[in-house]
Design a protein around this ligand. Sequence first.
Ligand code: PRT
Ligand code: ZN
Length: 226
Amino acid sequence: ANATRDRLRIAIQKSGRLADPARSLLAACGLSWRESRDKLFCYGESLPVDLLLVRDDDIPGLIADGVCDYGIVGRNELDEQANARLEIGLSPAYREVRPLGFGGCRLMLAIPETWEWEGAQQLQGLRIATSYPAILRQWLSARGVEASVVELSGSVEIAPKLDTADLICDLVSSGATLKANQLKPVETLLDSEAVLAGPVRGFNDARADLSAMLLRRMDGVLKLKD
Ligand code: PRT
Ligand code: ZN
């Protein structure tokens, strides 16, 4: 994990919502690449900064294991995996370095439209479907609520209809998906957006200067954006 390297390696989503904006941001920082045939690795040409194209779920772990130095990932994914690591006694091993201003969404509790929202205590004994079990468990325990967390990797919003859960905790942007499933958002657990995630400790090799330059350029690009 602490191997010396003279190139910087950044993990980004291969395809999905964050893939294009992440590449555009890095290109705006002056980076250019030559893609490998399998399209999983992009070799940095203008600077020694390479890209690894992966599932977003893999990004926190790749940084924690030292396989990648930085990653562009949703705060929701980063926090979920940090909480999951804490639950088993591991330190996060990565941190949020910069918010990036795209991929905005909120992790919210949503209940059937016909219910009246009376607060967290109402959740006692209920079943909540989510892809973010660690964040949800943390939120519930901070409020002294015992509910059962039903972990689903996708299609969380149909769980109440299928009666596999009473309500859900899911990402919301426009709210159209909730509406289409007769659900209404009632509490925000997390305000999320894409972030640059990086190591907890600095580098003691060529990556230190590269990293400083990348952050400087990124700050310049982000400032231009707002
Ligand atoms: O394949 P891979 O595992 O890499 O991709 P993925 O399918 O896990 O992720 P992807 O591409 O769907 O999302 C990547 C990141 O985008 C998420 O982790 C969030 O940080 C961010 N993001 C921003 C969102 C949304 N907005 C969003 N709306 N991720 C998911 N959604 C879902 C939402 O849960 C709902 O089901 O999109 C649906 C539509 O949302 P509404 O509210 O506009 O209807
Ligand atoms: Zn994913």
